[in-house]
Each structure stands twice: as structure tokens, then as C-alpha cells.
Design a protein around this ligand. Structure first.
Ligand SMILES: Nc1ncnc2c1ncn2[C@@H]1O[C@H](COP(=O)(O)OP(=O)(O)OP(=O)(O)O)[C@@H](O)[C@H]1O
Ligand SMILES: [Mg+2]
Length: 313
């Protein structure tokens, strides 16, 4: 189990890792937990695990870097391959890819900090407001856990929101804010094709699903299955599976979507190492599907161990 790392989501990753390690042990799997540090490669070479579970959130865990290294040392691992991770982790890239596959994703623009310096922040922000209108949401293109993510409801709020996003990365994504019900849809594939697990509806107390609402027990209500009509729930499941397939993802993913009041399903983003903490949505969905978390992850591990490794050739 790889958990920790140096991203802003280190703590979340450690909690995810601990939970899944416990669940796996409950299913009779021998698990060792390792952080990502200078001792990792030596330990992978010497101990040669049968399989690695990278439960690293944020950069390096989700952008494919650590998985590149796992392929270098030829160790089987659960999850998507590096190239697919790179596209999925970069929100504007993922939006473009799923958009071409016919999914709806909020209109937006991705701009590096440099553009604001070169062209002047005021005219660039005026152009954004002219084109996209209000309300908006601003977030780092390669972020997680809603860190650096701010809703903008009046023009005066845009500058501060840009600064917050740039605190977490060089490029910010400014997107139209979609009002509606937020849902998360896990997709798993234990060898017979990707299938969506029950849709989880997210209803944060303060109305905003920010870092505190994510990781403070009791501060967000979850409905599993979601209080959507069967048709809408099926559409959310379809969107999540299409996102998983078009981005070339493997084993497990979680798509974050918004269902607006008109019944349109909007793709926000997809995660290749979804959170597995006590307050995360994937474990809730797994339970609602009548599955045991340890048993499901053990199946994913077996699938990873058994598959021919293209990375070998
Ligand atoms: N276009 C949008 N319209 C409305 N709300 C949005 C939009 N984009 C993001 N949000 C809100 O901001 C939150 C964080 O956004 P998003 O899921 O894209 O980023 P993230 O930080 O990568 O999150 P995660 O922890 O799920 O990886 C969402 O859960 C949602 O509540
Ligand atoms: Mg998200």
C-alpha cells in the first residue's frame, strides 16, 4: 500500500491507505504500508511485492509519475496507467477528451499565471467575465480535495479566487458554476468490464463541498443511492463509465458530476486514486452495492496480478 507522499493531500492519502489496508487484511491479504520516499525503490526491488496499491492523492500519485516508476521496476499495480493518469489528472485535458465523446462539461478557460502577468490581470479578468458571465468557479487545473477552489458570485470576487487557485499550481481553470445536485460515481472493473457503483449524492451542511466539508465527520450528508430518478441515476452511471473508458482508465475511478435542475448531467472531473477515508464517497457506494470493501479491493489486486503486463514489453 503506497500512501502519504508529499502532495497537499498527504493526510488524506494516509487515511485512505490505512482504511483500505485494514479492509484488505480483513479479507486475508497481507499488506505492508509504505510512504513515497528515498527508500521506496530499494524496498520495491528487495521485497518485490506481488502487487502495489497506489493510494496517493494529488500530484505524482494521480498524475502518473509514481506509476511510471512502478512500471520501470516491473511491479504489478492496481489502477490506471501513467498516460491515462496524466490526461485524467489535468482537468482541462480531461474535459476536452470527454467533451469529444459527447459528455457535457461546464464551459471554461484554463490560464497560466504568466498570462495575467504578460497581459495585465484586469483586462484578462474582464475578458473572462464578458465571455463566461457569473457565477463562476475557479480551481487549480491539477488539484484535489477542493483546495484552492472558490466560487465567484460577483465580479469583485474573481481576483481573490484567481490568487487562491495560483497558490496550488501554475494554471487555473475558470469554469461556469453549475447549480444542481452534486454526485460522485465510482467505476470499478474486476476483469469483466467497467461498471458503475451506486451514485452518491453529496449535500454539504454549508452548501459548499470544500476541504472541511469533505473531511469533518458529520458535516456533509450523503444519500446512497442518490435521490435521483432511475433514469437520471442511469445517466450518471453512463457518464461515469464513458469518462472511464474514453480516458483509457483502468480498474477504478470516481467521476464527480453535477445534475442540474433541468436534468442535464455535467462532468466536472474524474479521480484515478479516489479518496477512501471514513468520510469519502467510494466506500459508501461500495457498501450500498452490497459489496465488502476489502473483498472488492482484493478482487482488484487479483486482477492486477493476473493481467499480462504490457509494460513489460
Ligand atoms: N463547474 C462547477 N460548478 C459547480 N460546482 C463546482 C464546479 N466545479 C467544481 N465545483 C465544486 O467544487 C468542488 C471541487 O471541484 P473538483 O471536484 O473539480 O475539484 P477537486 O479539488 O479535484 O476535487 P476532488 O477532491 O474531488 O478531487 C466540487 O466538489 C464541487 O462542489
Ligand atoms: Mg472532485
Amino acid at each position: 500500500m503506497l500512501a502519504g507522499g508529499l502532495s497537499h493531500e498527504r493526510d488524506v492519502s494516509l487515511r485512505s491507505g490505512r482504511r483500505v489496508a485494514e479492509a484488505l487484511r480483513g479479507s486475508g491479504v497481507e499488506v505492508e504500508e509504505r510512504d513515497v520516499d528515498a527508500g521506496l525503490l530499494a524496498s520495491l526491488r528487495e521485497d518485490r511485492p506481488d502487487c502495489v496499491l497506489p493510494l496517493l492523492h494529488g500530484e505524482s500519485g494521480e498524475d502518473g509519475a509514481v506509476r511510471e516508476v512502478l512500471e520501470l521496476v516491473d511491479v504489478p499495480y492496481v489502477g490506471s496507467r501513467p498516460t491515462a493518469c496524466r490526461s485524467a489528472f489535468d482537468k482541462p485535458v480531461a474535459k476536452a477528451v470527454v467533451g469529444r465523446a459527447g459528455l457535457r462539461t461546464p464551459a471554461g478557460v484554463a490560464l497560466p499565471h504568466q498570462t495575467f502577468r504578460e497581459l495585465g490581470a484586469a483586462p484578462v479578468m474582464a475578458a473572462i467575465l464578458d465571455s463566461l458571465g457569473l457565477p463562476l468557479i475557479v480551481k487549480p487545473t491539477r488539484g484535489g480535495s477542493a483546495l484552492g477552489c472558490t466560487a465567484v458570485r460577483d465580479a469583485a470576487g474573481l481576483a481573490g479566487a484567481m490568487v487562491s487557485a495560483f497558490a496550488y499550481g501554475d494554471t487555473a481553470l475558470v469554469e461556469r458554476l453549475v447549480a444542481g445536485r452534486e454526485v460522485a460515481v465510482p467505476v470499478v472493473d474486476t476483469g469483466d468490464g467497467p461498471r458503475a457503483l451506486p451514485v452518491v449524492e453529496i449535500d454539504p451542511d454549508g452548501g459548499v463541498y470544500d476541504y472541511a466539508a469533505r473531511y469533518t465527520a458529520g458535516s456533509t450528508r450523503f444519500e446512497v443511492p442518490a435521490t435521483l430518478s432511475d433514469d437520471l441515476a442511469a445517466e450518471c452511471a453512463r457518464v461515469a463509465v464513458v469518462a472511464h473508458e474514453t480516458l483509457g482508465l483502468r480498474d477504478v475511478s470516481r467521476s464527480d458530476l453535477i445534475v442540474d435542475d433541468g436534468g442535464t448531467v455535467w462532468f466536472l472531473e474524474v479521480n484515478v486514486a479516489p479518496g477512501m477515508t471514513e468520510t469519502s464517497t467510494v466506500p459508501l457506494s461500495v457498501a450500498a452495492a452490497g459489496l465488502d470493501l476489502g473483498g472488492l479491493v482484493a478482487d482488484l489486486v487479483r486482477t492486477a496480478v493476473d493481467r499480462p503486463r504490457p509494460e513489460r514489453s
